[in-house]
Design a protein. Structure first.
Length: 255
């Protein structure tokens, strides 16, 4: 069976204990003892905490090309410091019907016992993922309670981040935001359709050199963050970033 090995150390100077030479030797001995054709031992010199590594990518490439039937590693903790990353790699091998054998632990996905052991590791990885998720969620909730916006991939127009990563009012963009709210409030007094109001507002903005889509304006007009209120789920707090427009103007536009 065409077999590849995967050995890993954190740095080239790591020679004692389970260094690359030691791992390679143990895998070679295992392959010879079990009549496996060891084509190559790929050596990774990188942190085991990294999900993407040169050695991992090289082995995946060989697997995708159909050149691998079995992969040998010295042990799971030496090869992967994160159970989450191990779980993804193991699932990838399963998808391509490639067996995984941990030499020092005596675990093989070719046996029911080995599948059970790897399954337990996957369960640990799933648990680890949920714990990380809960911690992130807890951090976001705590920040929201303090009025700190810690969600959303982009900073809202009218705001920017300072050198400390804090969201603050952008002096130039905030003027545009105020113009949008005030102009729309004025247009609300006119007996024209909602579509006409938006068209006139977009035209006014374009004349000032600003290009917006109608949905962007509607989202802005309904976002309470612009009046200094932060909402995250059921949490409502006063934003530390401050409001750009008054509550009165916001209420007029959203009446």
């Amino acid at each position: 069976m065409e077999t590849f090995g995967l050995a890993r150390v954190s740095s080239h100077i790591q020679t004692k204990g389970t260094g690359l030479e030691f791992q390679t030797k143990k895998m070679s001995q295992y392959a010879e003892l079990h009549d496996l054709e060891l084509v190559k031992v790929i050596q990774d010199v990188a942190s085991g905490a990294l999900e993407t590594r040169d050695g991992i990518e090289e082995i995946k490439s060989e697997v995708r090309n159909g050149n691998v039937e079995v992969i040998l590693i010295y042990n799971t903790s030496r090869c992967f410091r994160s159970m989450l990353h191990f779980a993804k790699f193991y699932e990838f091998l399963n998808e391509h019907n490639v067996a995984l054998i941990s030499v020092s632990e005596g675990i093989s996905s070719q046996t029911k016992e080995g599948q059970m052991m790897y399954g337990m590791m996957i369960s640990i990885a799933s648990y680890e993922k949920e714990i990380i998720k809960e911690r992130l969620m807890s951090g976001k909730i705590t920040k929201a309670q303090k009025g700190i916006r810690a969600f959303g991939s982009k900073v809202l127009f009218g705001y920017s981040k300072n050198s400390k990563g804090e969201i603050i009012i952008n002096s130039d963009e905030s003027k545009v935001v105020r113009f949008i709210f005030k102009k729309y409030a004025e247009l609300m007094k006119r007996d024209i359709s909602k579509t006409k109001k938006m068209q006139k507002l977009l035209k006014s903005l374009k004349s000032k050199g600003y290009s917006f889509k109608s949905y962007q304006i509607y989202n802005m007009l309904k976002n309470e963050f612009y009046k200094g209120v932060l909402k995250y789920g059921e949490i409502v707090s006063e934003s530390v970033s401050g409001g750009i427009i008054s509550t009165r103007l916001f209420n007029i536009v959203n009446a």
